[in-house]
Design a protein around this ligand. Structure first.
Ligand SMILES: N[C@@H](CCC(=O)N[C@@H](CS)C(=O)NCC(=O)O)C(=O)O
Length: 229
């Protein structure tokens, strides 16, 4: 079987367009670190000058004007979850998805709960729209953010707490795409003051993940574009 070529052994460099506080970019940073894949971080400041994601040069990389984008050689890869699946297909070890189909489905479902049903409602552009178009004041916008996080996290905890395949991590004994998505969402929950006391399983998994160097190095405050770094 042909061995995958690590990008640090080939001209196919990996470059991640990232912002220190972006939870979608944080997911990909975790995945790249878990795989031990060397990559350059290309910071895109989402707030400065109205947001560098709106610049012509970045829009050429992603017409959606959203990060992350992972550049692999000449190819621009968009959408954090499909990027995680891409790196998992090209560099299968260690796996980000379980070997058994029903476990894989569960890991994907947990990841999608966050990526599809929680995060999009709280994204910067949604908050900007509520502010600019409807004049929704900051406290109400923050309440909106917390509301959708709590809706999702409550269900996530329930799914974890009564399932036999919940292990050290969301699905079994290895970190999967579900953990890559959960940890950044919990970072956002802390940031917005969501009470996580009702979610003991998630808090336990968060501690297990953040004890791993791959997760730790992906933390927002460890990024080259974080304030003070
Ligand atoms: N579904 C996309 C979401 C990407 C996304 O929303 N990224 C945010 C940062 S977490 C962003 O670039 N926001 C810029 C904006 O809203 O203007 C993914 O998973 O990659």
């Amino acid at each position: 079987m042909p061995q995958p070529i690590r990008p640090d052994q080939s001209p196919e460099r990996l470059r991640l367009y990232s912002y220190w506080r972006s939870s979608a970019a944080y997911r990909v940073r975790i995945g790249l670190n878990l795989k031990g894949l060397r990559h350059d971080i290309l910071p895109v400041h989402l707030l400065r000058d109205g947001g560098e994601q709106h610049s012509e040069s970045f829009a050429a990389a992603n017409p959606q004007k959203l990060i992350p984008v992972l550049q692999h050689g000449e190819r621009m890869l968009r959408q954090s979850l499909s990027i995680l699946e891409y790196i998992d297909e090209i560099w299968p070890s260690p796996p980000l998805l379980p070997a058994v189909a029903r476990d894989r489905q569960r890991a994907r479902a947990l990841a999608q709960l966050i990526v599809c049903d929680v995060h999009p409602l709280n994204n910067l552009r949604v908050m900007r729209y509520l502010d600019d178009t409807w004049g929704v004041p900051q406290p109400e916008r923050d309440e909106w953010t917390r509301h959708w996080m709590v809706e999702g996290l409550r269900a996530f905890e329930e799914i974890l707490s009564d399932h036999p395949s919940t292990g050290t991590f969301c699905e079994g004994e290895l970190p999967t795409i579900a953990d890559c998505c959960l940890i950044p969402q919990l970072y956002n929950a802390h940031r917005f003051g969501v009470d996580l006391q009702p979610y003991p399983t998630m808090r336990r998994i968060e501690a297990a993940c953040l004890a791993l160097p791959a997760f730790d190095a992906a933390r927002p405050e460890r990024q080259p574009d974080a304030p003070g770094s």
